[in-house]
Design a protein. Structure first.
Length: 418
């Protein structure tokens, strides 16, 4: 009996010890779980506040190989990923060119930019007339002009009022970096042409903009080109048209500096995602470095600089269809740009083709000579007349040139659709 009681007591003590041990083990496990949770939360906080940087790559060749393998889905690794944080001082407030032009613009607006110094303003006036042909959302033209060009634009009627706020012109003074080389930048190619390189800093409150040379005409709605921004990859910051659809260009034959791809790029029309350029590239610093290193080899100024830049950063470029920068090069020796399904988007009178090439000059004269008020009074009627006049122009029909069928095929279909 006593032995039985002793065994029972020992068993009770064992159970008590087991309960105590289980409680301790539970507390230990709970403590470990709490520590792990704290560690994970701390890790997430650190990940959120510490910016990610790419690991260094051994050499430039390695960076280029990596970038070419994942073109369109990467940014340049290494030092060029750094964001510019110190912009140069510029004047960004527009001239008071039109005191009545006070309609605000927002993210839904189509933004365009052009640069006009001296005689280039005459081309800008024809460009503006071509823009007014098209029905689209609110449009803002950011025009960088010297005093001579500004005086010409001041004589324009109030487009903001006449279009009921749908079309605005904002005029800005021409500005360059202030490190003592302003005149060198201004005169690198045509007067003020290099201003386009500094738009990310000049238009600080604009997210995206379509840059166009003043010797361009919109033959299709700018809204169609604006929609191309939605097709750009997450790290593509600029859209441009190659210099040619063929295999031989001035760049492939004569350039003494690096250039993009096989044939180079033309800078007459550009889609600029200004927000991405500001946040994802070291744009201004590299542009100035390229100028310093290669300036003695440049022939086409700002276009050459952009070619060197995108030779170094091909993954940052979105290639735009040739219809949006159609030039005489596309049809001098046969048609190299397929416009059969889309027609022409923008006609670019590069190298003076609006003055020197007859079929381009005939088309340009329609815009140069028309009274702006005629367009504004009845846009649809004027467009009907324009397309009919071009498609039946006898002087144009007599020209034996591969360019003529392209122009005629663009204008004829519109006669029954307007």
């Amino acid at each position: 009996m006593l032995s039985d009681c002793g065994g029972a007591l020992n068993y009770g003590a064992y159970l008590q010890q087991d309960r105590v041990g289980s409680k301790m083990e539970f507390r230990v496990r709970r403590g470990r779980t709490l520590c792990l949770a704290i560690f994970l939360v701390s890790l997430l906080v650190c990940y959120a506040i510490i910016p990610y940087t790419e690991p260094p790559v051994a050499n430039k060749k390695g960076r280029d190989n990596l970038e070419s393998q994942i073109r369109g889905y990467t940014v340049k690794v290494g030092k060029h990923f750094d964001v510019v944080t110190q912009p140069f001082d510029v004047v960004t407030q527009p001239f008071d060119a039109d005191p009545k032009s006070d309609t605000p613009f927002d993210d839904r607006s189509v933004h365009l930019a052009a640069v006009a110094c001296g005689g280039a303003i005459h081309g800008a006036k024809s460009l503006i007339k071509s823009l007014l042909l098209w029905e689209h959302s609110h449009t803002v033209l950011h025009l960088f002009a010297d005093s001579e060009a500004k005086a010409e634009i001041d004589r324009f009627p109030s487009l903001d009022r006449l279009t009921e706020g749908l079309f605005q012109i904002k005029i800005y003074p021409v500005s360059y970096p202030t490190e003592g080389n302003e005149e060198a930048w201004r005169s690198l190619f045509k007067p003020c042409a290099t201003e386009r390189l500094f738009l990310p800093r000049l238009l600080k409150d604009v997210k995206s903009v379509i840059y166009v040379d003043t010797d361009t005409l919109f033959l299709s709605s700018p809204l169609l080109l604006w929609q191309k921004f939605s097709e750009m990859g997450p790290f593509q910051v600029v859209g441009m048209v190659p210099e040619s659809e063929g295999s031989s260009t001035w760049y492939s034959k004569r350039a003494l500096h690096p250039f993009y791809g096989r044939v180079g790029l033309n800078s007459g029309v550009m889609l600029l995602d200004l927000e991405k350029i500001r946040n994802q590239t070291n744009w201004q610093s590299e542009i100035e470095d390229i100028y310093s290193e290669f300036r003695n080899t440049f022939v086409w100024g700002d276009q050459d600089i952009l070619n060197v830049y995108f030779h170094n950063h091909p993954a940052q470029l979105y290639e735009v269809s040739c219809i949006w920068n159609y030039r005489q090069d596309h049809c001098m020796l046969g048609n190299t740009c397929d416009t059969s399904e889309t027609g022409l988007g923008i006609l670019h009178g590069s190298r003076g083709s609006f003055r020197k090439r007859t079929e381009f000059k005939i088309l340009y004269n329609y815009f140069e000579e028309v009274d702006l008020n005629l367009i504004l009074s009845d846009r649809v009627e004027f467009k009907n007349q324009l397309f009919h006049s071009v498609s039946t122009d006898r002087a144009l029909l007599r020209i034996d040139s591969p360019c003529v069928p392209v122009i005629l095929s663009h204008f004829k279909p519109h006669l029954t659709t307007l």
